[in-house]
Design a protein around this ligand. Structure first.
Ligand SMILES: NC(=O)c1ccc[n+]([C@@H]2O[C@H](COP(=O)([O-])OP(=O)(O)OC[C@H]3O[C@@H](n4cnc5c(N)ncnc54)[C@H](O)[C@@H]3O)[C@@H](O)[C@H]2O)c1
Length: 392
């Protein structure tokens, strides 16, 4: 299969490229390296060392005998994206090339507007490019479980049956996102659904949980790390807690810590995406996958990191409940369904404790890099303080 990965230099994109190449696919990719720049803009960096994309791509040739056919470009620019798709002729496009930090989108109007315009436009550009170039290509788009919010009822996979005033229908489940970033994903989902309705495009819309972890089979075999963010703006909870534990800092839990979300490891995320590519939607189908292994409260995540670190080092990390910078429920019902990927044969590979131990071991190995980022972990983005910062 010819697969194009938009966002091939990212946390998920690079290991996905390795998996697909190893499995014998022809892989092309597009990136403008904007995550590298944005993470530096908030004073941080990848805590695990990564080389330039050019060097990592050459290493792929050495390890697997094949590399990514790479296009430098901005997915939110319709010409860049269409040119790359015309040249690469993909059978499937995995769209990961969006601004992916909720806190970044809440810094102020400038960052909110950047996130809104670039995320929504990149998906719209992709929809039009696929319609014009190859209507049969499969669009595999990364959304987030955060699109649904935390309703007081079970969350289905995209659609639910509803009866209202004596009439019944199957409708998209109402979304209730918690940051400008998460709302861009809701808008993307609406646009993808509409593109499917009017042009019959084949679309998988993945509602992905929070990803943690530093390893996949290919990273284990090649030693080629993917980026690993640990700061408050770009690092997700379990990865940040692991870094805090290794640095001997308290793990910073927001508020009461009862906030519950779906989580999955990097390795499981790559497995799910590879499975979705192998089993594309039928012509004219728009399908939604809720992609996560388990749901945990933030307190449970902190406890798991604590237990793993204690077992590995004999030292018990502390937990500090800090003022919640976000506007969110701190105790709530949470029960999302996640059956569609399991029906395709998805099974989780390792227990969460094993994946957390690998993260801790990797961070310990690169302790000097981590030490340099110590002061950058807590950035202090507060949802209520997001300002109109367009004029400075
Ligand atoms: N990591 C998670 O926990 C998580 C959870 C749910 C959903 N997602 C979604 O999965 C996708 C990938 O996430 P990730 O963690 O790999 O993010 P990432 O930021 O590490 O990777 C995204 C890549 O896309 C590139 N990119 C961004 N905007 C671009 C643009 N306009 N043009 C070209 N390239 C661009 C970046 O430079 C980066 O290399 C994102 O859409 C994200 O919202 C991630």
């Amino acid at each position: 299969m010819r697969v194009m990965i938009l966002g091939v230099d990212g946390y998920i994109g690079f290991p996905l490229a390795m998996r697909l190449i190893r499995d014998g696919n022809e892989v092309s990719g597009l990136d403008n390296f904007i995550t590298r720049k944005r993470v530096k803009r908030v004073g941080s960096d990848s805590a695990l060392p990564i080389k330039s994309f050019e060097k990592r791509n050459s290493a792929l040739s050495e390890k697997f005998g094949s590399k990514v056919d790479f296009y430098y470009g901005d997915a939110s620019n319709p010409l860049h994206l269409k040119k790359a798709i015309v040249a690469a002729k993909p059978d499937a496009v995995v769209h990961l090339a969006e601004q992916r930090s909720a806190p970044y989108s809440m810094l102020g109007l400038k960052e909110a507007s950047e996130t809104m315009s670039q995320n929504i436009m990149s998906t719209l550009n992709l929809i039009y490019a696929i319609k014009e170039v190859n209507k049969d290509a499969h669009i595999l788009k990364l959304g987030t479980m955060g699109e649904y919010g935390t309703p007081n009822i079970d969350i289905p996979e995209g659609f639910f049956d509803i009866e209202y005033k004596g009439r019944r229908d199957t409708l998209p489940f109402p979304k209730s996102a918690g940051s400008w970033y998460h709302w861009t994903k809701v808008h993307d989902s609406n646009n993808l659904m509409f593109a499917n309705k009017i042009w019959g495009l084949r679309i998988t819309d993945v509602m992905q949980g929070v990803v943690y972890g530093s390893r996949t089979r290919e990273i284990d075999n090649t030693g080629l790390y993917t980026r690993f963010d640990i700061d408050e703006v770009y690092g997700t909870a379990a990865n940040r807690f692991s870094a805090e534990a290794v640095l001997g800092m308290p793990m910073t839990v927001y508020g009461k810590g009862g906030q519950t979300r779906g989580f999955l490891s990097l390795n499981d995320s790559i497995n799910c995406l590879a499975l979705a590519l192998k089993n594309p939607p039928i012509n004219g189908e728009y399908r939604v996958f809720n992609q996560f292994d388990e749901h945990y409260s933030i307190n449970e995540v902190a406890s798991m990191v604590k237990a793993a670190y204690l077992e590995m080092t004999g030292t018990e990390p502390q937990v500090q409940h800090v003022d919640n910078p976000r506007v969110e429920k701190e105790e709530h019902y949470y029960n999302p369904e996640h059956e569609n990927l399991k029906k395709l044969g998805y099974v989780r590979m390792k227990p969460v404790s094993a994946e957390i131990k690998e993260v801790i071991a990797d961070l310990q190995k690169h302790r000097r890099t981590l030490e340099k980022l110590k002061d950058r972990i807590m950035y202090g983005v507060r949802w209520r303080d997001s300002k109109d910062n367009i004029n400075g």
